[in-house]
Design a protein around this ligand. Structure first.
Ligand code: ACO
Length: 429
């Protein structure tokens, strides 16, 4: 029988034919496998979803063994080659096809119209402490947007979804820049709709009072490429959070805030911040062998290395490594690049890393560019979250419109106590 899997249950001697579609069996097909009628049926146990597909998606394709990443079929190398803008890629990811010139113009206009935030959002941000982590401010403010746009709750209305998508993509850089200006006690710079998406963001961050934005085209281009490389990455931790929270039909601001919270962790989008911490800690190239020895002894991880899906060089890291050289031509070389290059060289030859297929991931070199551009270290996860909002929204929309989906609700294997009687506190020993 083609495209089926025959399972024999040795507890009962019964056999079952289970359909295979897209090289996958449906976990619920296992439920018919029972020892007796009252039995719940067989489940699969898969902590951290190591081998469980929970969605069918048409957005992003990754082949982790070959180091391939494509958005809607287009290789990441082509999309980041310099001729495509971030908003063009955002359109592609969200709508499935590349825009025509007219569509792109209309799309840009829509985004630009929404770049300002309500003045109460600005006031809300002012109430954060001066030393609040920018990612904490970003997450809270994205969540707060939900209180300004009650129409966002109408998630099955296509026009409403589209409006929230425009708002979130447009306002994320403004909120991020306000978080930075707030931490530094600087006056806020309002959006300039004449600038590119990345250029406007850099201007809101770093303009020190000039009426003309002081932008260097190489640096603006570098940030736009980084935004493109971070726009989506299929079912990672934060995207799963977006889909899972969104499956309760909450509005997209609340779901995006949850996704951003997931991104903040040092094993995910917080790794770029951790890489720079690691490079600071290593300090000089002569200390690299001792550091690698400690990693191999389990006393910490080589941050920016390893990936759940890529068991080859992360294609984004290759592009970012080259980009770092372009940026350093303008800003002057940061000696930490040499430490990073040497760390990579040693790790790629070391049996520990080779055996475990640990290669540089997207975060290994991105922090060095962010530092060269003038962003403080704690700001790096925010720089990851801004473009990833595009991916989250695209995956969220696919999820809420997917008739296969329901509210996310994993099963558990209960290994706790069986039923027992409650003993009042004064009778407990
Ligand atoms: N340094 C040293 N050893 C590592 C590293 C690392 N960076 N990553 C994995 N390993 C080792 C583990 O200790 C484990 O070894 P063992 O088999 O002897 O126990 C083995 O490699 C497998 O590691 P897991 O943790 O099981 O791999 P998993 O797929 O769960 O983790 C992860 C992937 C979280 C990315 C991991 O590689 C890691 O912690 N890397 C460092 C943090 C990082 O760079 N995160 C960014 C990822 S990219 C992103 O989110 C944008």
């Amino acid at each position: 029988m083609p495209d089926t899997l025959t399972i024999k249950d040795n507890r009962t001697g019964k056999t079952y034919d289970i359909s295979i579609e897209h090289d996958t069996i449906r976990a619920t097909d296992l439920r018919q496998i029972k020892v007796h009628d009252g039995d719940f049926g067989l489940m699969s146990y898969d902590p951290a979803f190591m081998n469980t597909a929970s969605v069918k998606s048409t957005i992003t394709y990754i082949d982790g063994d070959k180091g391939i990443l494509r958005y809607r079929g287009y290789p990441i190398e082509q999309l980041s080659a310099g001729t495509t803008s971030f908003l063009e890629v955002a359109y592609l990811i969200l709508k499935g096809e590349a825009p025509t010139k007219t569509q792109l113009e209309e799309w840009r206009l829509q985004i630009k119209q929404h770049t300002l935030v309500h003045e109460n959002i600005r006031k809300l941000m002012e109430s954060f402490r001066y030393d609040a982590h920018p990612m904490g401010m970003f997450i809270s403010t994205i969540a707060a947007l939900s209180t300004f746009y009650s129409d966002a709750r109408d998630i099955f209305d296509g026009h409403s979804r589209e409006r929230q998508i425009h708002r979130l993509i447009a306002k994320a850089p403004t909120i991020a820049a306000f978080a930075y200006r707030h931490s530094n006690g600087l006056p806020y710079v309002y959006p300039d709709v004449e600038l590119s998406y990345a250029g406007n963001f850099l201007n809101m961050m770093f303009n020190t009072g000039s009426s003309k934005p002081a932008l260097h085209s190489v640096l603006e281009h570098a940030l736009a490429v980084l935004f493109i490389l971070h726009a989506d990455h299929e079912q990672n931790c934060s995207t799963s959070a977006m889909r899972s929270v969104g499956s309760s039909h909450v509005d997209p601001y609340a779901a995006c805030a949850a996704a951003a919270a997931a991104l903040w962790g040092p094993l995910h989008g917080g790794a770029n911040e951790a890489v720079l911490g690691m490079l600071d800690q290593i300090g000089t190239a002569s200390k690299i062998p001792d550091f690698i020895k400690e990693v191999k002894e389990g006393k910490g991880r080589l941050m920016g290395f390893g990936h759940r899906v890529y068991k080859n060089y992360d294609p984004r890291a290759k592009i970012i490594k080259k980009l770092a050289h372009d940026v350093f031509e303008v800003t002057g070389k940061n000696p930490q690049l040499d430490i990073a290059l040497e760390l990579e060289r040693i790790a790629l030859e070391d049996e520990y890393f080779v055996k475990r297929k640990l290669y540089p991931n997207v975060d290994f070199y991105s922090g060095l560019i962010y530092r060269a551009l003038g962003f403080p270290r704690e700001f790096y996860p925010v720089l990851f979250a801004i473009p990833r909002i595009v991916g989250w929204l695209s995956q969220w929309e696919e999820h809420v419109l997917d008739s296969d989906q329901k509210i996310s609700r994993p099963r558990q294997i209960y290994l706790g106590r069986p039923e027992r009687n409650w003993i009042p506190i004064d009778q407990r020993t």
